[in-house]
Design a protein around this ligand. Structure first.
Ligand code: GLN
Length: 535
């Protein structure tokens, strides 16, 4: 049996408590104490992965190096720990059922009745074990959803069984809960936490740690009460009060309460020294930047839900930290600016970013924003659809190809400067069929990208079906585009820049997935730098 120890993180009372950030913070602390940590999320919904879901339903779809379309919590995991997750980092109930049902069709169950217990729960246990690699000291499994949901039950049963098999020295239960402040009574209330722990107890799970999310600090008698009625040691009631400045403070708050030390002791692991200096100084730079503020507009179509652009928002913050500046984000609904006076819309804006997206809603507004950036020397950063639209903008307004478009947006356009990738033709299944995950890219000498990366060969993550149409290469070169990054065989355009502009860089891949607070992505760092220079 593997020697990997496990932490299981559940959430109670309400959703959106920040379980992902808590899990990521614990992982970060344990890693900085010298442990090899792996982390995963189990989601109880039935989609096989979130790739087919609208960002409005689910927030951003995060893409791993190995090309899995996953929950955005994996982004937190990678950003807090500076390590890569894999396909095993995210299992949904749909994926678990799919595996079991495929096995059933193959006849693997030899005539037996296939049931939630044991077949689904066994498959969930297999998903957990997939984290328990030889070299992993501690595997953290976050269970999505809220305790008490019907669909969470098989997952909770699976972690109960897992702990039963490996014992408490090898697996600990951490329950994240809400301690609401009732303004009328001027009181923090512990009852919802008691009830949520009660639901866990009914199915045989005794929480070892209680992490209490609250607006205000708990008093000693709240902690006393929570410990007594939730049946946990008083020292294992941890507070997670809303942070003042940034989510990157969360691990430091947990560290102050020796949460990581207590976890290691419970798992019977030696407490090694915590190396937090660099993290602390990063947080300090964020809170007290030396170079003031810079206003950056993100012109997108899912702007009413900021989680839809989670990694981009974070990567811009990282770019700010790298320049010791505070990035102030302004999300602009692309559709709403289609007929507006852009000099007013962007009056106090120092840099414009157009992120990825699908379908044509809002694209004309985005193209206008790009035109504005190009003509007014405002730093521009385009990502995925934001690159494709930058190409269309130059084609239409500089090269004179009035009908230029992407075949995604106008199937019969006379100037298909962006078209469906060859290998995408004939694909009818929507799930997991895009060009996904890490691919190599070669950077052109003399390009801003080459300077930013300080390297000729890079690798970045993708999620798209359409690409630049090479038939228009010469014409667009003449119109001022520089093909700054291509696939090593030169066939696929990965980055375009404008040669006549202070900073106009647009990429087909998603650099936001590889940016972390300790290592800002070079393209975000330099875009923020250019925006600062444009103040
Ligand atoms: N819709 C475009 C494509 O499929 C862009 C995708 C994206 O922005 N992620 O190529």
């Amino acid at each position: 049996m593997s020697s990997t120890k496990h932490l299981f993180i559940t959430g109670g009372v309400v959703s959106s408590l920040g379980k992902g950030i808590t899990a990521a913070s614990i992982a970060m602390l344990l890693k900085r104490r010298g442990y090899k940590v792996a982390i995963q999320k189990l989601d109880p919904y039935l989609n096989v992965d979130p790739g087919t879901m609208s960002p409005y339903q689910h927030g951003e779809v995060y893409v791993t190096e190995d090309g899995a379309e996953t929950d955005l919590d994996l982004g937190h995991y990678e950003r807090f720990t500076d390590t890569f997750c894999t396909k095993n980092g995210n299992f949904t109930a749909g994926k678990i059922y799919q595996t079991v049902l495929e096995r059933e069709r193959k006849g693997d169950y030899l005539g037996r009745t296939v049931q939630v217990i044991p077949h689904i729960t066994n498959e969930i246990r297999r998903a957990i074990s997939s984290m328990a690699d030889e070299d992993v000291d501690i595997a953290i499994t976050e269970i999505g959803g809220t305790v008490g949901d019907i669909e969470s039950l098989p997952f909770l049963e699976a972690i109960r069984q897992y702990r039963h098999h490996v014992g408490s020295k090898n697996a600990q239960f951490i329950h994240l809960t809400l301690v609401p402040y009732i303004a009328a009574a001027k009181e923090l209330k512990t009852k919802p936490s008691q009830q949520s722990v009660g639901i866990l107890r009914e199915i045989g799970i005794m929480a070892d740690f209680l992490v209490c999310r609250s607006e205000k600090p708990l008093e000693d008698d709240h902690i006393e009460k929570l410990a007594l009625f939730c049946n946990v040691d008083k020292g294992n009631v941890i507070q997670e009060v809303d942070v003042e400045n940034t989510i990157y403070e969360v691990p430091l708050d947990l560290y102050e309460q020796s949460f990581d030390t207590k976890i290691l002791e419970a798992l019977d692991l030696p407490v090694k020294e915590a190396k937090l200096d660099k993290w602390t100084s990063m947080v300090n730079t964020y809170i007290h930047p030396e170079n003031g503020e810079v206003n950056i507009a993100v012109v997108g179509k899912y702007v009413s839900l900021s989680d839809a652009y989670k990694s981009i928002n974070e990567a811009l913050i990282h770019g700010g930290i790298a320049n010791s500046a505070k990035v102030k984000l302004k999300h602009i609904e692309a559709e709403s600016i289609e007929g507006e006076d852009l000099s007013q819309v962007f009056e106090d804006i120092h840099g414009i970013l157009v992120p990825g997206g699908f379908g044509d809603r809002g694209t004309e507004g985005k193209i206008r924003a790009i035109q504005y950036a190009r003509e007014n020397n405002v730093p521009y950063f385009g990502i995925c659809l934001g690159m494709q639209l930058a190409v269309i903008e130059t084609a239409r307004n500089v090269a004179g190809l009035k009908d230029a478009n992407s075949t995604e947006l106008a199937e019969n356009t006379k100037a298909p400067v962006i078209s469906l990738m060859l290998e995408q033709r004939g694909i009818t299944q929507m799930g997991g069929t895009m060009r996904l995950g890490a691919y190599p890219c070669t950077l052109a000498e003399g390009s801003k990208s080459r300077v930013a990366y300080g390297a000729e060969n890079i690798s970045e993550r993708h999620r798209h079906r359409y690409e630049f149409n090479n038939a228009f290469k010469e014409q667009l070169e003449e119109a001022g585009l520089l093909f700054a990054g291509t696939s090593p065989d030169g066939m696929l355009v990965e980055i375009v820049e404008r040669v006549d502009h202070p900073y106009f860089v647009a990429c087909q891949f998603h650099p936001e997935f590889k940016s972390t607070p300790m290592n800002a992505h070079p393209l975000f760092r330099d875009f923020v730098k250019a925006s600062l220079e444009n103040r």
